[in-house]
Ligand binder design. Structure first.
Ligand code: 4AD
Ligand code: MG
Length: 430
């Protein structure tokens, strides 16, 4: 007997097949059981009729519970009007009869659902989010490979900070040594860029910041990309192209998932190049006019990001940031050394900053001075400084947060739902 996937049922109309999966709901009407069945690839209704099956099968059907794992054998039929397929059950093989399932159709609070994340993952919406995330990952690999970036894996255990020392997770590393969990693979990627010309990494990153917002996780996945001979303007073009490709692929591959999530796909269809753009100074003026009291040398808060993109269809680049509120490695603007050639890409609809990037300082002496300005000990960064001694070239890069990107594509309000097992300040389990 051939085991088929629910998504392929249309190719087996009139044939007898086996389906392996779980029962996610059961209805009965005296002589019939309607089993709502899922196998991870889709959903289908399986009908058990007392008239058609022998007593043993009928009895098993009566014992099934929500989330029981089964093999169903039967004939595939098509719904007379809808693009839906059903199984007329002939046999049921039980893997396990599930105990009473803690997650029901009624509304549960977020804490209950997060405590039961290992089970919550099975629900329709959560699986749809995972599938969109999967598309974003694949689209990123595909697009960057096509654009001549190769993947280079950067380390998670590091001896130094990349984005600032206040948000590091420290771990003991053998005899009296300390290591830190990576905040971004960028610095290592810069080294690999001088070998490969263009490269990217994709992996877990860690931020010990005490931010309790719907956009912050303590462990999240970042994709950093880095390119030699690329300056600030081109860096933004590369980001724009990548985002457009990701949006296109999500719209193409995840139609059903976006429907399940009730995502307004028009908002995604409207995204197009060139993305709007303003300097940080212009953004501050705009925000002040909107009533915000943000100062010229301050970073945006979540509300500022939301307000800045109001009325925009595409993400917004904000560039030319005050040097003192950005990282030490960003290249100073040739027109004003107090500003850096860095950009944040802010998603529309209130999803916040999805990409941070910049041109990197490629001059040895200026970089060394910058480290001192930022109170960093240059010693552990000597290898990073070396890159500016041996064939230094202008180069730029950026990093996106996978969960923020997934949240934006899915229309998910809190990014804790966009990763299988979220890590938050107050949550480390399951
Ligand atoms: O802007 P960030 O801090 O930039 C960097 O780390 C650079 N080194 C990247 C680079 O140039 N290669 O982080 C990049 C992105 C942010 O735009 C955001 O999308 C995401 O990572 N991010 C977070 N996502 C979830 N939770 C957090 N706590 C995040 N912090 C940053
Ligand atoms: Mg940033």
């Amino acid at each position: 007997m051939k085991t088929v996937l629910t998504k392929d049922l249309k190719d087996h109309i009139g044939k007898e097949v086996s389906l392996k999966g779980w029962i996610y709901n059961i209805r009965s009407s005296g002589k019939l059981f309607f089993l709502q069945f899922r196998d991870g690839y889709g959903y289908t209704q399986a009908i058990v009729s007392e008239k058609e099956v022998d007593d043993k099968v009928w009895k098993i059907a009566g014992e099934l519970t929500m989330e029981s794992s089964v093999e169903l054998i039967g004939e595939v039929s098509k719904h007379p009007k809808k693009e839906e397929y059903e199984l007329q059950v002939k046999e049921i093989n039980v893997y396990q009869i599930a105990e009473e399932y803690p997650i029901s159709k009624k509304d549960h609070g977020p804490d209950f659902l997060l405590d039961n994340r290992h089970l919550w993952l099975r629900s329709t919406k959560q699986l749809a989010i995972m599938r969109v995330r999967n598309t974003i990952i694949n689209a990123t690999y595909e697009h960057l490979n096509k654009e001549n970036f190769i993947k280079v894996d950067t380390p998670i255990l590091t001896p130094t900070s990349c984005e600032g020392t206040t948000t590091l997770f420290e771990v003991d590393y053998f005899e009296d040594d300390k290591a830190y969990l990576s905040q971004s693979g960028q610095l290592y990627l810069e080294a690999a860029t001088m070998a490969s010309n263009r490269c990217f990494d994709f992996g877990p990153t860690f931020r010990a910041e005490k931010s309790k917002t719907r956009r912050h996780l303590t462990e999240f996945w970042m994709m950093d990309a880095e390119a030699a001979f690329v300056e600030h303007e081109e860096n933004m073009k590369i980001q724009e192209k990548l985002i457009l490709y990701i949006v296109e692929q999500v719209l193409k591959n995840n139609k059903t998932d976006l429907e399940i999530l009730e995502r307004d796909t028009k908002a995604l269809e409207k995204i197009k190049a060139p993305f709007p753009r303003m300097s940080h100074a212009e953004a501050v003026v705009k925000l002040n006019k909107m009533g915000s009291d943000i100062k010229p040398d301050e970073d945006f808060g979540g509300d500022d990001e939301t307000n800045l993109t109001k009325g925009l269809d595409s993400p917004l680049f904000v560039d030319l940031w005050p040097r003192k509120i950005k990282a030490f490695y960003m290249k100073q603007s040739p027109d004003n050394p107090d500003l850096v050639l860095g950009s944040d890409l802010i998603a529309p609809e209130g999803y916040g900053e999805i990409i941070g990037g910049s041109q990197r300082e490629d001059d040895y002496d200026i970089l060394l001075k910058s480290m001192k300005d930022f109170n960093l000990d240059p010693k552990p960064f000597q290898w990073y400084l070396d890159l500016r001694k041996y064939g230094s070239v202008p180069h730029s890069g950026f990093g996106y947060g996978l969960e923020r990107l997934t949240g934006w594509m899915c229309g998910t309000q809190h990014i804790r739902e966009t990763i299988a097992f979220p890590r938050l300040i107050n949550r480390l389990s399951p």
